[in-house]
Design a protein around this ligand. Sequence first.
Ligand code: ATP
Length: 118
Amino acid sequence: MRRLIRSFGFAFKGLQYAASTQPNFRIHLGATVIAISLGIALHLSTAEWQWVALSIALVLVTELINTAIETLTDLVSPTYNIKAGHVKDVSAGAVVVAAVFALITGCIVFIPKLILLV
Ligand SMILES: Nc1ncnc2c1ncn2[C@@H]1O[C@H](COP(=O)(O)OP(=O)(O)OP(=O)(O)O)[C@@H](O)[C@H]1O
């Protein structure tokens, strides 16, 4: 049990590191708060919440993995190396794919409900 709590502590340190060093991660956290608030206000169904939750998790997870990959790349290749550049670019590409998925999901779930309001 103590080991489990210690592991959660390390994971929380990782989240804190990402939040304090990565402006993009903070933007995604802000978007998460907005999406959840909007979801509550618009009374999303269970299925709609599942899509929104999946989108949020996908974006935050890819952003965290991207941060880890960037940090590791800087560690193993502090000087210019074309492959280090590719590693960072591909990793950033994963975040873009997740963000586009989240944007499309957000449009599908929220726009019809917002239109009904006006
Ligand atoms: N060591 C390196 N060798 C070659 N190209 C690099 C290297 N480090 C960075 N690059 C190139 O510069 C780009 C930006 O790198 P950087 O480390 O600033 O990442 P970033 O996406 O700006 O990170 P952050 O999300 O922290 O702002 C990379 O995507 C890559 O194309």
